[in-house]
Design a protein around this ligand. Structure first.
Ligand code: ADE
Ligand code: ZN
Ligand code: ZN
Length: 271
């Protein structure tokens, strides 16, 4: 996701953090503001662009080697290479955030990665190898020529919300939380975190990745990539996709909060 998506994942998560875990995260991040997770949610995307941080670029995705739109699947052994992927990184940073022996700056860095990578994992094209996660599929959206990946990351969310500021993210998060509490996500939200287990992060994150990857075959390119290139993606394709963008951002926030709450409670049990 772009900055809007990551900040929205973070604001949704903030609304589901336990008071104790919220306080702990604010202390670790040295930020007692009401945007303590949103403020760091896109740090990893800036870091990957620096010389020091370019090693971390592969940690933002897992390149599922399936064959959409015929077959969609994620297989950790098949799809996560030796240099790492989002799933191995989430396992590593989960362990590090929970590690009592790390210094405060080390814990803060691990938390910045985890907040970002759990968000990226819900973007279907971050769980897909085809044309470098859609980066190589040139399309037109709302009269601009760009690529399918950036439309999913950035331009379709911005079209929905009408801006990309932290305030816009806060407003979007509030509406997603309403859907979880009393609206269309109420019945299913519990299933988003069902079986999540910080004792088996690879299995849990692989399930999250397979869930996102499944939308490649049903929503992102149900008729293949060629069908996308025949006209402007706005409004017909946008209308077919925006509901998936919304639910995936909501899932990211809901899962992130539950994950951090669990890491924190395990951490205090050990101390
Ligand atoms: N680079 C290679 N594969 C990618 C993907 N699935 N998403 C983003 N960047 C990538
Ligand atoms: Zn992306
Ligand atoms: Zn990213």
């Amino acid at each position: 996701w772009g900055e809007l998506g990551h900040a929205t994942v973070a604001y949704v998560a903030q609304q589901y953090m336990s008071p104790e875990a919220a306080k702990w995260a604010q202390t670790v991040l040295n930020d007692t503001s009401d945007s303590y997770l949103a403020n760091i949610a896109s740090w990893a995307d800036k870091y990957r662009l620096t010389d020091e941080g370019k090693w971390s670029a592969p940690l933002h995705y897992i390149d599922a080697m399936d064959d959409p739109p015929t077959s969609c699947s994620v297989d950790y052994e098949r799809d996560c290479p030796a240099e790492g992927c989002s799933i191995s990184a989430i396992a590593n940073y989960t362990q590090r955030v929970g590690n009592l022996k790390l210094s405060a700056p080390e814990t803060a860095e691990a938390l910045r990665f985890l907040v970002h990578l759990i968000g990226d994992l819900t973007q279907p094209l971050h769980d897909e190898n085809y044309e470098v996660g859609g980066n190589g599929i040139e399309v037109t959206f709302d009269n601009y020529t760009d690529n399918l990946h950036s439309d999913w990351d950035t331009y379709m969310p911005a079209k929905l919300v009408g801006g990309s500021s932290l305030e816009d993210a806060q407003g979007w998060a509030d509406s997603l939380v309403d859907e979880i509490k009393t609206g269309s996500y109420k019945k299913e939200a519990a299933t988003w975190i069902k079986g999540d287990d910080i004792g088996d992060t690879v299995v849990t994150a692989t399930r999250w990745a397979a869930d996102a990857n499944s939308y490649i075959c049903t929503v992102v390119m149900p008729d293949g990539a060629a069908a996308l290139q025949t006209g402007d993606l706005y409004p017909t394709y946008y209308n077919s996709a925006i509901g998936t963008i919304e639910i995936q951002v909501a899932k990211g926030g809901y899962r992130l909060a539950n994950w951090l709450n669990t890491i924190y409670s395990q951490k205090i049990t050990q101390s």
